[in-house]
Structures are given as structure tokens and as C-alpha cells.
Design a protein around this ligand. Structure first.
Ligand SMILES: NC(=O)c1ccc[n+]([C@@H]2O[C@H](COP(=O)([O-])OP(=O)(O)OC[C@H]3O[C@@H](n4cnc5c(N)ncnc54)[C@H](OP(=O)(O)O)[C@@H]3O)[C@@H](O)[C@H]2O)c1
Length: 402
């Protein structure tokens, strides 16, 4: 008699070398009987990807360019690894859509994640979505692809995962939901004197009080553009209009989001600010598995506080709500302009408060139109990036001394 080893769930992890990638692999490593890795992908960090390949032995490792692939190949062969190496867009799309992969964790940062995540949707995969920018850019098109190809979309962003857990069943809200409330920590500048914000450094902006994350999302948290992108993400995931999506600042980051019902009930999901919890929830859904995160000690926390966001301090949040209300291509414009502005801030080419000014400037220049096809989305994205470069050149000159 032969004993059959139960089949593991085979994962492709897009963006494995990032912060979400690390947290996902930490959870996966706790459950070797349940999960195995089909493909790991990175952009240029071949050294970290090599370490991950040696530990998790994927079939495929994918990087962005030939030189990184060559180095990775050399390292892996020298260590006796059998992982195959590939590079470029076509390889990334196949890693996301290959028939041998069951689940795709979408954890690339920014617009670069859209094509592979969409490829996973079109291949009918189970998708664990962290890459909110993909959904912000392509909203209806992405959700249509999920529906038309029978894919399953599970939110990993902690707020959306919290809402998903508090809804009656499945990602679409059922009767009785009156509103959802996304909580936000308020980031590192919640109480800082507004007049001093223009001069903050990238390291200060990336020093988040509660979460450890990649640099782009850390800056987005400091401007609260991250919450704005999440409002748009929530609209598409849960099918609610903007006036039924609320944002509350909750500096302790213990309540990750809430759902209000017609009978006065409010359901909230609580936990430590550790992405392994929503990742483990989505990986095991509808079951529950150990994530390595300790449970909460509410007595130790003692106090939970809430306040309304101040649009003067956080103009990016208002820009995102406005873009969602406008519809059409406005969210794609917002996202692209923000990516370029954040990059310029991280490279110290513009001051912190000019991120919002660049985004507002680009939104004002691009007429609103329907985002009818993926080509339209990428055309808008490219135009917004070009205009953002021009706004940076105009606004940024002399922004930073020394
Ligand atoms: N971090 C969090 O706690 C958190 C929470 C909720 C949602 N999210 C969302 O999850 C996504 C990832 O965030 P993160 O904080 O993990 O970002 P990160 O630490 O910056 O990691 C980004 C990952 O994407 C890869 N990448 C970057 N540019 C790429 C490109 N052009 N093509 C292909 N791959 C590329 C990077 O590869 P290299 O390392 O080779 O550059 C890395 O693996 C973002 O959309 C973010 O909004 C993050």
C-alpha cells in the first residue's frame, strides 16, 4: 500500500522580497504540509531572492532584467538549487497564471503589479490582494476579470481583510450594512506642527509608529494617500458608494476596520498591527491557521481613541475621495501622479507637502474620461506620470535646500 502525501496548495508570491513577501513566507514556513511555493518574483533584489529560493525551493524565480537573472542563476547553481530562473514581463505573467499554481499573492508595489495580478484573475486563480494600486488603477475592469474568469479575490490589506471578516459572508455586502469605517493610524505626522511638514525627511516619513512596511506605502501612510487608495480599493471590493465609506483616525492601530449595520450593531476586527494576521486569514480562508502573531492584551492596551481626519493636514485623503466620486480615469491619474511624486520625495527632489500639490496639479490637467479598456488605463497612467514629472520640475525647484 502506498501512502499518498496530501497535495499542498501551490503559491506564486509576486513581490516576495518586499515587506508583505517576508510576512507571507513567515506564515508559509509555519505550515509546510499545507503550502508550497511554485514561484517567487522580485524586481532587482536578486541576493534576497536567492536566499528565499534556497529556503523555499520554488520551481521558478522571476526577476526584472537579464543581469539580475544571470547573477541569480549563478548563485543558485553554485548552491545546488534546481529553481529555474526567468526575467521580464512575459515570465512574470506566466508565474501568475501557470496551471500549476493555485494561489497568487499579489504583493508587488505600485502600478507594476497590475498586469501580473490581472493575468492571475484571467487565469481564474485564488488571489490574495495586497497590491491595492492595481485595483485603484483599473477598478471595474479588474473586478469584471475576476467575475468573468471565476477567480477568487481575498483582501490582504489589513483594513479590507478586517471588513471582509466583519461582513456576513463573502466580499459583497449583504442587506443591513449601512457603512464601513476604515481606521487609520494617522502616521508619523498626526500631531506634528503643520508648518514644519514641508521640511520632513524621507526617513522621518518612513518611520511609521505602528507598522513596518516598504518605503512607498510608508510615505503614503504619512500623507494618508494610503488611506485614500484604500477607500477606492474598498469601493471596488465591497461595492459601496463613497458616502458609505468612512475614515477614522485610531492611533493605536488595534481596531483594523469596522462594519456598521442597520440595527445599530458595529462589528470590528481587532488584532496586533502585524500583517501576518490578515495574510494567514486569507491563506487559510475559510479556515484559521497559526500566524505567529500573539493575541491581544486589551488590559495592556487599556485605551482606544478615535478622531476625524483633518483634510488640511492630509490633503491627499481628500484628493482620493474626490477622484473616487469623479469616477472614470481619475483614480488612475491620482495613483500614477502619486507614485511619481512619492519617488521624487524619497529622492529629496520635492518637499513632503508638495506630494499633494503634484497630484492635485496633474488631476486638474487631465480631463476626466471613461477607462474603457486596459489600454486606456495604461495610456492615462503614462500621461499622468509625464505630467507629474512636469509638475515636479515646476513646483520642486528650490524645494529642498542641502
Ligand atoms: N507592507 C505592508 O504592511 C502593506 C500592507 C498593506 C498593503 N500593502 C501593499 O502591498 C504592496 C507591497 O508593499 P510592500 O510594503 O511589501 O512593498 P515593498 O517592501 O517595497 O516590496 C515591493 C515588492 O515589489 C517588487 N517590485 C518593485 N517594483 C517592481 C517592478 N517594477 N516589477 C516587479 N516587481 C517589483 C519588489 O522587488 P525588489 O525587492 O527586487 O525591488 C518587492 O518584492 C503595496 O501595494 C502595498 O500598498 C503593504
Amino acid at each position: 500500500m502506498t501512502i499518498q502525501t496530501p497535495k499542498t496548495e501551490r503559491l506564486t508570491l509576486l513581490g516576495s522580497t518586499g515587506s508583505i513577501g517576508d510576512s507571507t513566507l513567515d506564515v508559509v514556513a509555519r505550515h509546510p504540509q499545507r503550502f508550497s511555493i511554485f514561484a517567487l518574483t522580485a524586481h532587482r533584489n536578486g541576493a534576497k531572492l536567492a536566499e528565499q529560493c534556497l529556503r523555499f525551493a520554488p520551481e521558478w524565480a522571476v526577476v526584472g532584467d537579464a543581469a539580475t537573472a544571470q547573477q541569480l542563476e549563478t548563485t543558485l547553481r553554485a548552491a545546488g538549487s534546481r529553481t529555474q530562473v526567468a526575467y521580464g514581463e512575459a515570465a512574470l505573467l506566466s508565474a501568475a497564471s501557470d496551471a500549476q499554481c493555485d494561489t497568487v499573492v499579489a504583493a508587488i508595489v505600485g502600478a507594476a503589479g497590475l498586469k501580473p495580478t490581472l493575468a492571475a484573475a484571467r487565469a481564474g486563480k485564488r488571489i490574495l490582494l495586497a497590491n491595492k494600486e492595481a485595483l485603484v488603477m483599473s477598478g471595474a475592469l479588474f473586478m469584471d476579470a475576476v467575475r468573468d474568469h471565476g477567480a477568487t479575490l481575498l483582501p490582504v490589506d489589513s483594513e479590507h481583510n478586517a471588513i471582509f471578516q466583519c461582513l456576513p459572508a463573502g466580499p459583497q455586502p449583504h442587506g443591513g450594512v449601512t457603512k464601513i469605517t476604515l481606521t487609520a493610524s494617522g502616521g508619523p505626522f498626526r500631531t506634528r506642527e503643520p508648518a514644519t511638514l514641508e521640511a520632513v525627511t524621507p526617513d522621518e516619513a518612513c518611520a511609521h509608529p505602528n507598522w513596518v512596511m516598504g518605503r512607498k506605502i510608508s510615505v503614503d501612510s504619512a500623507t494618508m494617500m494610503n488611506k485614500g487608495l484604500e477607500v477606492i480599493e474598498a469601493h471596488w471590493l465591497f461595492g459601496l458608494p463613497p458616502d458609505r465609506i468612512d475614515v477614522l483616525i485610531h492611533p493605536q492601530s488595534v481596531i483594523h476596520s469596522m462594519v456598521s449595520y442597520a440595527d445599530g450593531s458595529v462589528l470590528a476586527q481587532l488584532g496586533r498591527p502585524d500583517m501576518r494576521t490578515p495574510i494567514a486569514h486569507a491563506l487559510a480562508f475559510p479556515g484559521r491557521i497559526d500566524s505567529g502573531v500573539a493575541s491581544l492584551d486589551l488590559v495592556e492596551i487599556a485605551k482606544l481613541t478615535f478622531e476625524h481626519p483633518d483634510y488640511q493636514r492630509f490633503p491627499c485623503l481628500k484628493l482620493a475621495f474626490d477622484a473616487l466620486r469623479q469616477g472614470g480615469n481619475a483614480s488612475a491619474v491620482l495613483n500614477a501622479a502619486n507614485e511619481i511624486a512619492v519617488e521624487a520625495f524619497l529622492e529629496r527632489r520635492i518637499g513632503f507637502m508638495r506630494i499633494a500639490a503634484v497630484v492635485a496639479g496633474v488631476l486638474a490637467r487631465i480631463p476626466n474620461s471613461a477607462a474603457g479598456s486596459l489600454d486606456d488605463v495604461f495610456e492615462t497612467d503614462a500621461q499622468a506620470r509625464r505630467y507629474a514629472g512636469e509638475e515636479i520640475a515646476r513646483l520642486g525647484a528650490g524645494a529642498l535646500a542641502g
